[in-house]
Design a protein around this ligand. Structure first.
Ligand code: PLP
Length: 364
């Protein structure tokens, strides 16, 4: 029997939880009579899983009474070979956000500072606050890009971690090699710089950095990647960081034991093996991105370049009303109130509808 005299909120929780913002997942597409609706709010891959990957997943499901290989041996070896690093320089986790949580745990004591651009990936303030660390958000430039000079200037002796999101979610542009190198030259060597390349496979900007080269040249750089976007495995939660050995080893220590399921491990291995097929899908999405950006600009929208699988409409105070109008047209977008709207490049029909909604909104 529960003791009725003791209230359920008597348990003392960490005060830092009050500073943790809630993650707002993209809403599912609403069901509408006679209208195909599309969820373009979470930057998911619109293509269904490859048959070869689905088969591997179904086979792996038969062993779900067993714990997975905690060392993630097969996937780690395959990644190491393809990236030309050692397995010890790789740490996997439950999505790259899971790995990011570990990166916070291994670098930050309460009160330490984490520098990142803003607006950027909405998981950043959450993982930083959960660690009890302090977010130092450096405003993007007027054209929605990282201001790496200002970010370097924001580094103090309390800074333990800098996050560079390239291409930037939700605005789209990638950082450039020259500015990244100039930035790294200014950051102290004991501050970890994480380059979050969740959308790497969609990048076409020729000035975008080759992050693996940057990793090799700098002992304080790590590269965060995911199978959730180009590889289409968002629902299986698998990502990884390429880091120099002491950092990678610490991430493995901090990770949830057996966090990456056998199903996820096998699906990631099969997806790497099938990357040629997946690349065709990515290429098609990039063609669609170019078409949508050109269409929006022809309508008179001032949209930043995008090197990812989404575009950004800098709507300011109209963000929420745009999202409402889009939803009435069967499109669930991702509004950031007072700032803008992020729309995932998806099926051709969804992209066509986005162009139509955007055109109507400008006219209306
Ligand atoms: C989607 C995304 C991720 C990937 O998250 P997972 O946990 O791997 O699904 C990481 N970083 C950014 C910037 C993203 O947009």
């Amino acid at each position: 029997m529960t003791d009725q005299t003791v209230p359920t909120d008597a348990v003392r929780l960490r005060s830092t939880l009050d500073a943790v913002p809630a993650y707002k997942p993209g809403k599912p597409a609403p069901r509408r009579e006679g209208v195909t609706t599309y969820k373009i709010s979470s930057n998911e891959n619109p293509y269904p899983p490859l048959p070869s990957v689905l088969k591997v997943v179904q086979d792996a499901a038969a062993g779900m009474n067993r714990y997975p290989d905690m060392a993630v041996t097969g996937l780690t070896r395959m990644l190491a070979d393809s990236l030309d690093v050692t397995p010890a320089e790789i740490a996997t986790g439950t999505g790259s956000v899971g790995v990011l949580g570990s990166l916070l745990q291994i670098t930050c004591e309460p009160g330490d500072e984490v520098v990142y651009a803003w607006r950027s990936f909405e998981a950043y303030p959450i993982v930083v606050a959960l660690a009890g660390a302090t977010s130092v958000q450096v405003p993007l430039t007027a054209d929605a890009r990282h201001d790496l000079d200002a970010m370097a200037a924001a580094v103090t002796d309390r800074t333990r971690l800098v996050l560079v999101c390239t291409p930037n979610n939700p605005t789209g542009p990638a950082v450039h090699t020259g500015e990244l190198e100039a930035f790294l030259a200014k950051v102290p060597h004991d501050v970890l710089v994480v380059i979050d390349e969740a959308y790497l496979e969609f990048v076409t900007d020729t000035e975008a950095p080759r992050a693996m080269d940057v990793f090799r040249a700098h002992p304080n750089v790590a590269v965060l990647r995911t199978f959730s976007k180009a590889y289409g495995l968002a629902g299986l939660r698998v990502g990884y960081v390429v880091a120099h050995e002491p950092v990678a080893e610490a991430v493995r220590k901090a990770a949830v034991p057996f966090g990456v399921s056998t199903i996820a491990q096998e699906a990631a291995v099969a997806s790497l093996a099938a990357f040629g097929e997946l690349q065709e899908r990515v290429d098609a999405l990039v063609v669609e991105r170019t078409r949508v950006l050109a269409g929006l600009r022809a309508q008179g929208w001032d949209v930043p370049d995008s090197d990812a699988n989404f575009i950004w409409l800098p709507l300011g105070d109209d963000a929420t009303s745009f999202a409402k109008v889009a939803e009435e047209a069967g499109l669930v977008v991702r509004p950031f109130g007072g700032d803008g709207v992020r729309c995932t490049i998806a099926e051709t029909q969804a992209n066509d509808r986005l162009l139509q909604v955007a055109d109507d909104f400008r006219d209306g």
